[in-house]
Design a binder for this molecule. Structure first.
Ligand code: BES
Ligand code: MG
Ligand code: ZN
Length: 521
């Protein structure tokens, strides 16, 4: 099971002139302790290092020794670059100073994100990892003027999926340096732990995270949270009763039974408030089915449940933060495998709303699961329906890992998603839902719809979105194609290589923003 990162939040009480912080004996009785401090890039005219508030405070504690040593130890620290100092302070044998970039950084309208927050996440993650490599178990972190971003940098940066390895990374407990901003720090911890849960689920091998195991883990996590969040694990017979013929047609190609996971979080004061409904594609392994994928890189298809993982983790995080909103999460979970009962190219299946679909390519399976889940989502009088899916390789071709592609019929939803993403740094980019694409999926020799576009590869992400649109009648719907952001090589510096858990934090921030906007219902 996932061992959540231990994050220590004992309120430290200042002793006289910041000499040290009172420490909880049980927390710090053993192990070495490190400190991560940020430092801004110098302007040309500045001769001295430019510390953050916390950096200045620490430098005062050590009588200016840090400033002195930094000034003498080489050129000004560039963004994300580090320098280590040993023996400056009894309590912190190792101090790592990290470049934060320009102090004037803020929202960059070209990049559509907050550069200052991104710099903080990056710097803190680099510093924490350096101390982790030195097997330091307790780290205090400079909040760098934005404790939430700093906490995100620490908790995201330190995550490593090593559950199945004998040799594990040092577990590091991070807490803010100083006793201010604890609420913001804790919020950042929750956001990042939410994303880390999605990373864990996505990274785990498909023989560990089957549909049933996915549901079991979520049930267990939700049970531990208790209160106003619950999960229903619907089995195959329920899915059959619901006449989810498209979803079932994919599931029957595998020996693993399908599951339809339904999460309800009632955070709003009025339990009858219209909910925000999240839907997530949950293909725990996508071999392609009879339209088998090439073997190279197929292992990455263990993360084809990224939609289910990110929406479930986002709802858990919303519940942890007690966001005043009602949320429902729907995750159709199955494998896409090529057994003797699997879908065959040319088969016709019937979705929950009665529409028939010609399955010309069994590898375009995500839209079949989502078609039924979207129909079901219409039972809840939703304020908005937002689905996330690792839907098309074409999305990766279009935007790479820079941003999630958003296809939406609602500018209101778009604005909230977009604004949320500039804050989290996990960006979105609007994509078209033209009739042009709908025409390409509504022409089928045998059925109402075809599961692939008429011109096969052209505009693949857009034809997939147009297909989903055929199952949506609500005025506020957004489809997030997260295939391009599914994994990280080194593009996001505060995430290690591996499955990314994106865009969990954007979904949480979006839900938070929606909870503050009463319109439209
Ligand atoms: N799960 C894949 C899409 C995917 C590809 C996600 C790469 C993440 C990384 C999806 O089920 C799929 O196979 N889509 C096909 C659709 C095609 C057959 C129309 C694709 O993109 O090739
Ligand atoms: Mg596929
Ligand atoms: Zn897939």
């Amino acid at each position: 099971m996932l061992q959540p990162l231990r994050t220590v939040l004992h309120r430290s009480v200042h002793r006289s002139c910041c000499r040290s912080f009172s420490l909880s004996a049980q927390t710090y009785s053993t192990g070495r302790k490190g400190l991560v401090l940020g430092v801004y890039e110098k302007n040309k005219e500045e001769e001295n290092v430019v510390f953050t508030q916390a950096g200045n405070r620490f430098d005062n504690v050590v009588s200016g020794k840090l400033r002195d040593q930094l000034n003498r130890s080489g050129p000004s620290l560039k963004k994300g670059k580090t320098r280590m100092f040993y023996g400056l302070h009894e309590e912190f044998p190792s101090v790592v100073v990290v470049g934060l970039g320009k102090q004037s950084a803020g929202v960059n309208p070209q990049e559509l994100w907050n550069e200052s927050k991104e710099n903080i996440r990056t710097a803190v993650s680099v510093g924490c990892r350096q101390l982790q490599d030195m097997e330091v178990e307790h780290v205090e972190v400079d909040p760098c003027g934005d404790a939430q971003a700093a906490a995100e940098g620490a908790v995201l940066g330190l995550f490593e999926y090593d559950e199945l390895k004998s040799k594990k990374k040092t577990k590091v407990a991070a807490q803010p340096y100083g006793s201010e901003n604890l609420d913001a720090w804790q919020k950042g911890v929750s956001y990042a732990e939410g994303q880390n849960l999605a990373r864990y689920l996505m990274e785990s091998p498909a023989n560990y995270i089957t549909p049933s195991k996915f549901a079991e883990i979520l049930q267990q996590k939700i049970g531990a949270l208790g209160g106003n969040i619950k999960a229903l694990t619907r089995t195959k017979s329920w899915i059959e009763e619901q006449q989810m013929g498209a979803f079932l047609s994919v599931a029957k190609g595998s020996d693993e039974p399908p599951v339809f996971l339904e999460i309800h979080y009632t955070g709003s004061q009025d339990p009858n408030d219209s909910p925000l409904v999240f839907v997530g594609k949950g293909v725990t392994f996508d071999s392609g089915g009879i339209s088998l994928k090439p073997s190279s890189g197929m292992d990455a298809m263990r993360a084809d449940m990224g939609g289910a993982a990110t929406i479930s983790s986002a709802i858990l995080t919303a519940a942890t933060l007690k966001l005043p909103i009602n949320l429902i999460g729907l995750a159709p979970l199955c494998e896409n495998m090529p057994n003797g009962r699997a879908n065959k190219p040319g088969d016709v299946v019937k979705a929950k709303n009665g529409k028939t679909i010609q399955v010309d390519n069994t590898d375009a399976e995500g839209r079949l699961l989502l078609a039924d889940a979207l129909c079901y989502a219409h039972n809840f009088n939703a304020r908005a329906v937002v689905n996330a899916a690792t839907l098309t390789g074409a999305m990766d071709v279009a935007l790479g890992s820079a941003a999630t592609g958003v296809f939406t019929n609602s500018s209101w939803l778009w604005t909230h998603l977009h604004e949320a993403s500039t804050v989290t740094g996990d960006r979105v980019w609007r994509m078209p839902l033209f009739q042009h694409y709908s025409k390409q999926v509504t022409e089928s020799a045998l059925a109402d719809l075809n599961n692939v576009g008429k011109y096969s590869r052209s505009g693949g992400a857009c034809t997939a979105a147009a297909f989903l649109k055929e199952f949506v009648t609500v005025p506020h719907w957004a489809h997030l194609d997260i295939a391009g952001v599914m994994s990280n090589k080194d593009e996001v510096p505060y995430l290690r290589k591996g499955m990314s858990g994106r865009p969990t934090r954007t979904l949480v921030e979006f839900a938070d923003r929606l909870s503050k906007d009463r319109k439209p219902t």
